[in-house]
Each structure stands twice: as structure tokens, then as C-alpha cells.
Design a protein around this ligand. Structure first.
Ligand code: SAJ
Length: 432
């Protein structure tokens, strides 16, 4: 089949490459001319995704994937554009929460509309509020004069985990929901040509809700872990140990506390559910508030650790939103950096996965009064606390991910503060 993938970002590009590798003729379309030009030169902008660069380069050089700044006539259109939220929105009912910005979805639908023919299949992969595929997407197409009764329109939310995209794109199950049964069945047949996991049929609105339920489930559970961290500190208990013990129960799996929830999905998608049913989502709203409070709470821990010391420079290890990826969107680490700068600190940031922050750790840590481990990249396991201590103006460590062995750092002379571990415990075991 001829497939046109609209939007060549974190999802669109890997999907376009895999669809091409499965034997389809693929055109990747993106409005970003610089991106298209870079791809044409063989530059793959997504890093640290196993196998991705090889597959993209292979299908680009074989010609089964072409990229352009204009769409073309195709049998299948796959829309994978961003759906961020509009911040600072106050709803007519007075509730203050962000709502989805669907302008990219609308623009994508309008841009492919002139190329649609009776029987064309249009699949939306972007995460959207329930009702968008049947409503806004269909209306955007019909608004361009297309008879949508003759077009097959479906939603198949992407569900891959950044850091493991290629594997999950092929092996995860897919939930596919059409606006009509004919659209559902055509879209399912298409996914079965390149997905090895089960492809499950439903309707468009159910598929939209399923995706939001998945990410909201994770957000609420991370909020619970964060609440447990704060309660444990208050009660004088080590949360990491308590979670480990609770998780010995066969039906309990508590997630990990941290400095906040970042990325473009988990911290965003619950708002799409809130937007759809504001008075029915008190739990989801509270979870968002808990997770959004974590960067500020992390700053309080830093101030406690500094204990009134005259600290000018602080060093943050890890800028990306989670371990072992180079994506800084909505990163809690950068939010903590911003809050600390607002308080007058000089903040140096290190991250081996992010070009802007990829420099020797020593340079970032030199002269700092404290090291703040905010993203638990694997490489930080190899840090030598003795060497770092000699570079710093004071040997203080805040570990907001429960990632380091505090005894090893204390043995090197560090005062260690871990999120979810009370100050009292710190005083008892400290070497200084
Ligand atoms: N986090 C914690 N504690 C944890 C787990 C995560 O603080 O125990 C934090 C991370 O550090 C990060 C944020 O939450 O800042 C989100 O990370 P994540 O690994 O939970 O999720 P994402 O955003 O990388 O990917 C999610 C996935 N959804 C689910 O696991 C339900 C992925 O499958 C989706 O495809 C993706 O969102 C998406 O695109 O929607």
C-alpha cells in the first residue's frame, strides 16, 4: 500500500520506517523543512533508541521511505502530530486546568484532505480527548469539501515507551477504533501488516479513552508513590525500603517517587480526561496536583540540605525527563533548575544524553556546594564520590531518585539527603 505518515516526530518517524520496512511504499510528510532536509541528508534526529537509526537509514536509502514537506495521494494516512496543552486556561465554569491544543491535528487533517479519495483510510495516532476523531478530525476533513461518508476514519493511539520505541512499536498490542465498523476493520488489517502484537478492534471514542486511562493510571500511581515519600519523611520512615517491602505482596506494585512527572504524555494526557469530565475526575486532578508539586518540594529538600550555608553554585545531574533518554520536554529536573535560579543560585546542569548539557561531569560539579541527582541515568552509577568531593566547595548530595548507595557516598565524606528518607536518619548515619 501507499502510506503517508503525517508528522515525523518521536512516533511518526519510527512508525514510517517500520511501515516501510514491512514492505509498504511510504511518504513521510512534515511541515518542518529543516527536519526534512536533515533526514534527506541521512541525519536521524532521535537518539538513544535501539535500532532506530539503522532502520531509518536503511529504508531511506532503499527508497521505500521518502520524506517531503507536502503530502501525496496515498491509500493510508497516518497522523502522528503533537497534542500539547494550552496552559493558563480558565474554563467557563471557573476551573483552572490546561486543555488540549488540537491545532496540529486540525492542520494535519486539512492538509491531507485535498488528497483523499473514496475509500482512503485516515488514522489518527496522536493522543486526544475522547470524541476528537469522530468530531474535530472528521469535521476538519469535511470542512475542506470532502464527503467523509466515503472516507474510512479511525483512531489507533500510539503506546510505545520512549527509550524502547522500535521494540514496542512492533510488539505492543494495538487498540484500533474506527468511526464506522468498516473503518475499524480496514485500520486493523493495516496494523496487522507491520505489528506482531495483538491488534484489537473497538470504536474510536473507546480507543481514545483507553489511551487516556493508561497514562492516567500511571500518573495516579506515581502520585501515590510521591505522597508515600512525603508521608514517610514525616513519619521517620525510609520510603524506598517501605516500598520494597510492600511490593513483596503479590498484588502490590508501588511505583517510584521522584522530583516530578515529565515528558509529553503522562503529565499531559490526564488533563484531556479532566477536560472531558471536570466534575467527575477529583482523583485524577489531585494526582496532577501532587505530581506538579514535586519540583517545588525538591527545592525545599535542597534548601534543607544546604542548611543556611552560603552556597552560590549548585550542580544538577540529569536534565532529561527520565533515565537514559535525551528528551527534556516538561522535564522536572529543568523545572527544579529554574526554581533554584529564581532563588538566586547559579545552577550548572549535566546530561550525557542532551547535547546542550553534554560536558565533563567534573566541569559541572567544580565549585558547587551541592550535587542534585535529578535523573537517574545509568552512567551516574559509575560516579566516584571521592573525586567529586575534592572538586566541590561542600560535599552535599541530594538524590531525588533513590538511585545512589548512600553509604558509599557517606564513606566519601558526603552528607546525603534522599527523597523519602527523613532528615533524622541522615543525622544518625552521617559521617561528618
Ligand atoms: N516516573 C516516576 N516514577 C515512576 C515511573 C515514572 O517518577 O515509577 C516519572 C519519570 O521519571 C518521567 C515520567 O514519570 O518523568 C513519565 O515516565 P514514564 O516512563 O512513566 O512514561 P513515558 O512518558 O516515557 O511514556 C508513557 C508510557 N505510558 C505508560 O507507561 C502507561 C508509554 O507507553 C506511552 O506510549 C507514552 O507515555 C505516550 O506516548 O503516551
Amino acid at each position: 500500500m501507499k502510506v503517508c505518515v503525517v508528522g515525523l516526530g518521536y512516533i511518526g518517524l519510527p512508525t514510517a520506517a517500520l511501515v516501510a520496512k514491512a514492505g509498504h511504499e511510504v511518504l513521510g510528510f512534515d511541515v518542518d523543512a529543516t527536519l526534512i532536509e536533515r533526514l534527506q541528508r541521512g541525519v536521524v534526529p532521535i537518539v538513544n533508541e535501539d535500532g532506530l537509526e539503522d532502520i531509518v537509514l536503511e529504508v531511506l536509502s532503499s527508497g521505500s521511505l521518502k520524506v517531503a514537506t507536502e503530502p501525496e495521494v496515498a491509500d493510508v494516512y497516518l497522523i502522528a502530530v503533537p497534542t500539547p496543552f494550552q496552559s493558563n486556561y480558565t474554563s467557563p465554569s471557573g476551573l483552572d486546568y490546561p486543555v488540549a491544543d488540537l491545532s496540529y491535528v486540525e492542520a494535519a487533517a486539512r492538509s491531507v484532505a485535498p488528497y483523499l479519495r473514496p475509500g482512503s483510510l485516515v488514522i489518527l495516532e496522536s493522543t486526544v480527548p475522547p470524541g476528537t476523531t469522530r468530531g474535530l478530525l472528521t469535521e476538519a476533513i469535511s470542512g475542506k469539501g470532502v464527503d467523509t461518508a466515503k472516507i474510512l476514519i479511525a483512531h489507533a493511539p500510539e503506546r510505545v515507551l520512549p527509550g524502547n520505541i522500535v521494540f514496542e512499536l512492533m510488539h505492543n498490542s494495538r487498540i484500533v477504533g474506527g468511526v464506522t465498523e468498516e473503518a475499524t476493520s480496514a485500520a486493523c488489517d493495516f496494523y496487522r501488516t507491520f505489528v506482531k502484537g495483538p491488534v484489537v478492534a473497538t470504536d474510536a471514542t473507546t480507543a481514545e479513552l483507553v489511551k487516556l486511562m493508561e497514562n492516567t493510571y500511571r500518573d495516579v500511581n506515581i502520585a501515590l508513590a510521591n505522597e508515600f515519600a512525603r508521608v514517610s519523611e514525616y513519619l521517620g520512615v525510609n520510603v524506598w525500603q517501605a516500598i520494597q517491602l510492600a511490593n513483596l505482596h503479590p498484588r502490590v506494585n508501588i511505583l517510584r517517587p521522584g522530583p516530578g512527572v515529565g515528558g509529553h504524555c503522562i503529565g499531559v494526557d490526564p488533563y484531556f480526561l479532566i477536560q472531558a469530565a471536570p466534575s467527575l475526575t477529583p482523583l485524577v486532578q489531585t494526582a496532577r496536583r501532587v505530581n506538579e508539586s514535586m519540583p517545588g518540594y525538591t527545592v525545599q529538600l535542597v534548601e534543607q540540605l544546604l542548611a543556611g550555608r552560603n552556597a552560590a553554585k549548585l550542580a544538577i545531574l540529569g536534565a532529561s525527563y527520565k533515565a537514559n533518554v535525551g528528551d527534556v520536554r516538561e522535564s522536572p529536573a529543568l523545572e527544579v533548575a529554574r526554581l533554584l535560579r529564581d532563588k538566586g543560585f547559579v545552577v550548572a546542569v549535566h546530561d550525557p544524553y542532551v547535547e546542550e548539557y553534554n560536558m565533563p561531569v567534573d566541569e559541572v560539579v567544580r565549585g558547587a556546594a551541592a550535587v542534585l541527582l535529578l535523573t537517574d541515568h545509568r552512567v551516574y552509577n559509575e560516579l566516584d564520590p571521592v573525586r567529586l568531593r575534592d572538586l566541590m566547595s561542600a560535599p552535599l548530595l541530594l538524590d531525588a531518585r533513590g538511585a545512589v548507595d548512600p553509604l558509599r557516598w557517606r564513606a566519601a565524606g558526603f552528607t546525603v539527603r534522599q527523597l523519602g528518607v527523613p532528615e533524622a536518619a541522615l543525622k544518625v548515619v552521617s559521617y561528618d
